[in-house]
Design a binder for this molecule. Structure first.
Ligand code: PEP
Ligand code: MN
Length: 337
């Protein structure tokens, strides 16, 4: 339930309402902008005397929130959330482009790709250090040293860095070293991990689970937000369907749906969605056209030699030409890229 206060409601009156709700065991999530003061109610609201509230002259409206997600719900927070990471902004007018290899392979590799994607206009550098591979026999990432190389790349190139955290035991290292902590598709429902991420204030890039519904995806974000971390960027990366031509099926309709239902920014990963490098460009363009707040693309300087996901990685020169198209689409959509 949310309570929308009258613009002229006094602080005293608002405090009285809040206190009466809290005394019944509910939590109050406050939202304030120039025009609105909204009290979002969390917990069991069944004991609240709605008729009493309805008669209160300081209250403009009471709205029932049917969805199970509350803090990520747009009703709780009508304006788009804007996330700031170092000198970069994601959300509302600002589109973020995260680019880089699936995995950091060496210092030279991440520095070379990093410089090229920066020159082409990327706003973040990605690179996996610990890789969640289907086969235990596949390359698992180079681990800790990848984080050292990413940090060096950030210092030299000046792009904030994004990398995937697989396990709670590495959390402190990631908080220290990484600018955006990625939660991969396989961990979207690792609720212990999500709760821990709720206790920090680093931005989290939460990828949609392989077979997660939009509601399950938003509930995963709710876990993080309930802990107090409101810096969440959602990422649609394709879902599993009966279609097997592509690695996954990119659910582009999830973008406008999530933007309607939630205030959190949502980006698209066309690389893992398709698994095929030649589908990355058209779907990246489509993502910006449907209103995504950014894209995350795997870029490699030598895809045929990549240790992971070479088939879906585009070359640095293709990334540069794609950026030009994306800028045009962003301009038509009145967004900043
Ligand atoms: C990745 O971004 O490298 C990755 C493993 O993605 P996902 O979790 O979406 O499969
Ligand atoms: Mn990958």
């Amino acid at each position: 339930m949310i309570i929308i206060m009258q613009a002229q409601a006094s602080e005293r009156e608002i405090d009285k309402i809040k206190d009466s709700i809290i005394s019944l065991g509910c939590e109050v999530n406050e939202y304030q902008n120039q025009n609105h003061r909204i009290l979002g109610l969390l917990g069991d609201t069944s004991k609240i005397n709605i008729d009493l509230l309805k008669g209160n002259r300081s209250i403009d409206k009471i709205v029932y929130v049917n969805e199970p997600y509350k803090k990520v719900n747009r009703l709780f927070h009508p304006e788009d959330t804007i996330i700031k990471v170092l000198d970069k902004t994601i959300g509302k007018d600002h589109i973020a482009i995260i680019a880089g290899p699936c995995s950091v392979e060496s210092e030279e590799q991440i520095l070379e790709i990093g410089k090229e994607v920066k020159d082409a206009g990327a706003s973040f550098l990605r690179g996996g250090a610990f890789k969640p591979r289907t086969s235990p026999y596949s390359f698992q990432g180079i681990g800790d040293s990848a984080l050292d190389y990413l940090k060096k790349a950030r210092d030299i190139i000046g792009l904030p860095i994004v990398s995937e955290l697989m396990s709670v035991h590495m959390l402190d290292r990631f908080v220290e070293d990484v600018d955006i902590i990625q939660v991969g598709t396989r961990n979207m429902q690792n609720y212990d991990l999500l709760k821990e991420l709720g206790r920090i204030d680093k931005p989290i890039l939460l990828k949609r689970g392989l077979s997660a519904t939009i509601e399950e995806f938003l509930m995963a974000a709710e876990y993080i937000m309930l802990g107090g971390n409101e810096n969440i960027i959602l990422c649609e990366r394709g879902i599993r369907t009966f279609e097997n031509y592509t690695r996954n099926t990119l659910d582009l309709s999830a973008i406008p749906i999530i933007k309607k239902k939630s205030h959190l920014p949502i980006i698209v990963d066309p690389s893992h969605a398709t698994g095929l490098w030649w589908l990355v460009e058209p779907l990246a363009k489509a993502a910006i056209a449907v209103g995504a707040d950014g894209i995350m693309i795997e870029v490699h300087n030598n895809p045929s030699k990549a240790l992971c996901d070479g088939n879906q990685s585009i070359k640095t020169e293709r990334f540069a030409s794609l950026m030009k198209s994306l800028k045009e689409i962003a301009r038509i959509e009145n967004r900043i890229l």
